[in-house]
Design a binder for this molecule. Sequence first.
Ligand SMILES: Nc1ncnc2c1ncn2[C@@H]1O[C@H](COP(=O)(O)OP(=O)(O)OP(=O)(O)O)[C@@H](O)[C@H]1O
Ligand SMILES: O=P(O)(O)OC[C@H]1O[C@H](OP(=O)(O)OP(=O)(O)O)[C@H](O)[C@@H]1O
Ligand SMILES: [Mg+2]
Length: 285
Amino acid sequence: MSKLRIAVQKSGRLNEDSMKILKDIGISIDNGKDQLKASARNFPVEVFYLRNGDIPQYLKDGVVDVAIIGENVLIEKGKDIRVAEKLGFSACRVCIAVPKSHNYNTIKDLEGKRIATSYPNTVQDYLDKNGVKSNLHIINGSVEIAPNIGLADAICDIVSSGSTLFKNNLKEVETILKSEAVLAVSPVLSKEKEAILSKIQFRIQSVLKGRQSKYILLNAPNDKLQDIINVLPGMKSPTVLPLAEEGWSSVHSVISKNEFWDVIDELKNNGAQGILVCPIEKMVL
Ligand SMILES: Nc1ncnc2c1ncn2[C@@H]1O[C@H](COP(=O)(O)OP(=O)(O)OP(=O)(O)O)[C@@H](O)[C@H]1O
Ligand SMILES: O=P(O)(O)OC[C@H]1O[C@H](OP(=O)(O)OP(=O)(O)O)[C@H](O)[C@@H]1O
Ligand SMILES: [Mg+2]
């Protein structure tokens, strides 16, 4: 049986979370430190450790079948490559920034200016769409330093917290795109490998749903049960079990991680006690 070849970043910002998601979907890899390729023990998968920037070409050529990669890199180097899943980590955006002192009003202010970037295609597309002609200066890293050393008037690079821009006296003026880690698929995937991929996607979806949710258990006086149930819709409906103490019940449900604190407040206001919140490893609907 053929194996699905998955590319992950060898080292860098995506590596740890990529390996974590593979582990969480039950793919165990003996990961020797300097290994560039490893087979999974329990699933028809081979993992290739590569530079993120090289992955779009490997996908196009069918050298690897799928990859965990920043969406921003795909947009820059592999526009036609399909995204099978968004993975919910490494959120960032690709932005244009200028020195804080620059009195910037519109993108037209970049006409004839020098822009330093590691994302020439992305920024060129954006300038073309806006009918602006600038001079791109391609550099591979430490892009934010370019205006301070007189190399460029503006930059286009990844922004996450904004602290690198801040430290370099720059301000974000245009957001070109938003990105997160994704599972990308080679355009030349065989039918047999499609089947392995769909198993992997099913598992990823279960893990991501689990990560977005919490399991909640609480005790409630029976006369408040309906109010509490109204706050906790759960997957189908909450589980209600009688407690040994007369007049009380135990309620179990699933809540979204994002609304968690608001729900807790409402539950307390409705007389809930002994609230326990547990992580969910996997969730299959
Ligand atoms: N500050 C950040 N916060 C969140 N995500 C980021 C940040 N910087 C980069 N990323 C995301 O992580 C990906 C990998 O970034 P990283 O700096 O580790 O690698 P790289 O040097 O761009 O790539 P390569 O693996 O080719 O050396 C980026 O393409 C982007 O999607
Ligand atoms: O908005 P922030 O949270 O400050 O993050 C943005 C910075 O993170 C990335 O650099 P990285 O640290 O990966 O270094 P690199 O340029 O060597 O890839 C990116 O290129 C920015 O410089
Ligand atoms: Mg980086």
